[in-house]
Design a protein around this ligand. Sequence first.
Ligand code: IDP
Ligand code: MG
Length: 147
Amino acid sequence: MERTYVMVKPDGVARGLTGKIVTRFEEKGLNLVAAKLLQIDLALAEEHYKEHASKPFFKDLISFITSGPVFAMVLEGDDAISIARKMMGATNPLEAVPGTIRADFGMHTNHNIIHGSDSPAAAEREIGLFFKSDELLTSKRADADWL
Ligand code: IDP
Ligand code: MG
């Protein structure tokens, strides 16, 4: 069993895609452990994306991710990290395979709808950045035996 941090970015929230995106993960079989709408401040944005601090797109990325509410979630399931990344699709929506979230809803790399942790270490770090431990709640899905 694994947990991952997934976030609908400001473009996805503003475009009214939050519900559709959450539904995809729920229907797949991932279990929702925590969720909230929040506006990311500068310090949290820079910490979350610190691995990209030296990249040419960093400034635009920080201003985009702080531009409006995001929908933050923790999802749980076997191989949750790689399953969520597969469902998101490639970073550039042009390269994302149809059926993935970025391919189906996104147009450009800089507005690519969704974030998901890319490793167990990143998932642990990002869950800790966005949620307190008492915000993580586990409920048994009715279909748990099949997942
Ligand atoms: P990921 O979100 O698929 O893990 P990363 O390489 O970790 O991709 O990049 C983080 C985010 O930074 C991307 O989701 C995208 O929003 C933005 N980004 C990455 N590369 C570029 C780029 O070349 N131009 C503009 N934005 C980029
Ligand atoms: Mg990444």
